[in-house]
Design a protein around this ligand. Structure first.
Ligand code: FAD
Length: 293
């Protein structure tokens, strides 16, 4: 049984922001409901007022913004996981995100679940977070006072905690179109091959120079700490280096050191830390093979 609540149904973003300004912090946005409704059903939260944001066309769409020094990919906060999975811009310029959406939940959930919902829910195991962190994404937050952008690395601050204010909505997520000399990937280990929460996941992006040396690397690991984390020491170790087996092994080893995993029903802390190293090594090795092709 669901507890009783009132439902606001704005039709436009300005209308929604006005409702938030009036009722915050006593109103909770509702997008696909794949987290919110379960929390309600299980008695883990009991908001008296929900605001359905699924009709806001301003939150939809996936596009390329060429009006910047570096073009950006922009996805609306209300874009569904299913839309991301098949969109040509995501396949071309957001491969780790596309790979993550392919293994997030199941087709029924993917049709409803949104990227904003995944990020605001801020599960340590949220599958869209590490790929978006590897891509260098920023979250666009909008209230009646205007919009601000927060790097995704800073947006999620703890288990189910973000820096979003009660009167803000996630209106979009932006990341720079990756340069031609770059490659990226995502990998997830779950207890089943499909429809399983991540036991551990990671995403990696590498940009290389003309000589094939690493110019920039981003490594993000999920389900291994209270929030998805960047492996900055490992990234620094790759900088200026060729992607040899030894360099990759050292970076993977350093990456696993940022994890603070827990023991739970899905896996032990030791298993998660070991698999973080294995996944990062495999992803980097795959990128090195792309480079040498
Ligand atoms: C069977 C099942 C399997 C699942 N498997 C996975 C999985 O493998 N990997 C994974 O990562 N997740 C998984 N999930 C979790 C879930 O599907 C995702 O977290 C989903 O992306 C949440 O999106 P939503 O639109 O349903 O969010 P909702 O449930 O509507 O909202 C979630 C949170 O986000 C807030 N919110 C939503 N939209 C906005 C907005 N635009 N601005 C501000 N706040 C907003 C809500 O207030 C709420 O706090 C699974 C869920 C189920 C039910």
């Amino acid at each position: 049984m669901l507890p009783e609540f009132d439902l606001l149904r704005p039709h436009t973003l300005p209308e929604a922001l006005a409702m938030l300004a009036e009722h915050a912090p006593d109103v909770m946005p509702l997008a696909g409901g794949t987290n919110v409704i379960i929390e309600l059903r299980d008695g883990h939260s009991s908001p008296k007022l929900l605001m359905d944001v699924s009709r806001l066309h301003e939150l939809r769409g996936i596009r390329r913004d060429d009006g910047r020094v570096v073009p950006n990919v922009v996805i609306g906060g209300g874009a569904t996981i299913a839309e991301l999975l098949t969109h040509p811009l995501i396949v071309e310029h957001g491969l780790p995100l596309q790979q993550a959406t392919a293994v997030l939940a199941n087709p029924l959930v993917r049709n409803r679940a949104t990227v904003a919902g995944n990020l605001v829910n801020a599960s340590p195991a949220a599958d869209t977070a590490p790929p978006l962190m590897a891509l260098g994404a920023e979250v666009e937050l909008t209230s009646q006072a205007g919009s601000r952008r927060v790097p995704l690395d800073e947006f999620i601050v703890g288990v189910n905690k973000t820096c979003i204010r009660p009167d803000e909505l996630v209106t979009a997520i932006h990341w720079p179109v990756p340069p031609a000399r770059s490659a990226a990937g995502f990998y997830k280990i779950g207890l089943r091959k499909a429809d399983a929460c991540s036991v551990i996941n990671a995403a990696v992006m590498v940009v290389w120079d003309e000589s094939g040396r690493c110019q920039q690397a981003r490594i993000a690991i999920g389900a291994a700490a209270p929030r998805p984390v960047r492996a900055r020491e490992a990234e620094a170790a790759l900088q200026g280096q060729p992607l040899t087996d030894d360099v990759i092994a050292e970076a993977a080893h350093l990456a696993a050191r940022v994890t603070q995993p827990i023991d739970d029903i899905r896996g032990t802390s030791a298993y998660r830390r070991r698999m973080a190293e294995v996944i990062v090594r495999r992803l980097l090795t795959g990128i090195a093979q792309t480079l040498n092709r």
